[in-house]
Design a protein around this ligand. Sequence first.
Ligand code: GDP
Ligand code: MN
Length: 357
Amino acid sequence: MYILPFSMGPVGSPLAKVGLQLTDSPYVAASMRIMTRVGPQTFPALARDDFVRCLHSVGQPLPSLGGFGGPLPTLLILGVTDPAGKKRYVAAAFPSACGKTNLAMMTPALPGWRVHCVGDDIAWMKFDAEGDGGRGPFPVGGAGPGGPGTLGFSWPWWPQCDPQPCAHPNSRFCAPANQCPIMDPAWEDPEGVPIDAIIFGGRRPEGRRLMHDPFAMRPFFGYNAGQYLAHWLAVGEREGARLPRIFHVNWFLRDGAGRFVWPGFGHNARVLAWICSRVAGEDNAETTPVGLVPREDALDLDGLPGVSYGDLFPVSRPFWEKEARELRRYYEENFGEDLPKEVMGELSALEERVKKM
Ligand code: GDP
Ligand code: MN
């Protein structure tokens, strides 16, 4: 039996979470030493008795392969520096296998732009101390695991190894973050980094059955999900707070022939560039019935011959009628009375705008 005192995040940081884990697996003990900071340096934090009790178990009876290990709730944080040297930090919440690691470690396909990784998987955010120079509280984020930290990679081909599955479909390997050449200089800063924007995203090839995963947190709703949504709204009401701007992306939209309409990967820097321009207050968005999208001249598509602006932001009435119906059904079946009225208000307003499309 192994007893592992650990800290996710720099030891002593207000953003870190400490815990004590019991496990009988040497593999887990070894992995925890890569993913977290394990050792006596965590004792002072543990002594405050505010720590997470963890028990690792494979469970009996063993769950079937397909039913176990749903998407993890996760947030990356990256630093993006524009050609003039202005740096901003962006967090992104995508469910598992929706491109966090690729985004956090991209090589930008836009000349002059640089991306650094603060974390590719888990982040905590809280407001920094209030009243600092009259700037108002603003959210800071820190990568959860770290120092040595971990970067998780999925191996989509493992389950297809011939002749039999040779790994769990949700299996990952991890590497110490300090071996990654583009870690942000502030990635271990106990104060965290200031978050300018939060991107939410998922996988939406049109036409498949939609799996709702609010805030990429569904498997982690440890309490009433309506109250969980209300918590996000309450955070936004914090007086004087300088809040991050919120964006939504879908790298996985396909055209009629089944091809991705967006090249993704390093080209996602073009989207980050537009996000930075919005954070800087530029007036370069188009209002549609379903929200703001980049104005045609504001999204840099230079050198992308096959990509057309019109394909990227389809706003079709039949799609959104179906979408609004599905959202209403989802809210009613899953939240009922507990859905915050603000959320239902947004849905009703969306339905009205769609009717006028
Ligand atoms: P994570 O689990 O959220 O960290 O996701 P990964 O970064 O490991 O990516 C999951 C899968 O999505 C991999 O198969 C990637 O090749 C693919 N992927 C990542 N980014 C993009 C993108 O921008 N466009 C497309 N089409 N696929 C992507
Ligand atoms: Mn990942």
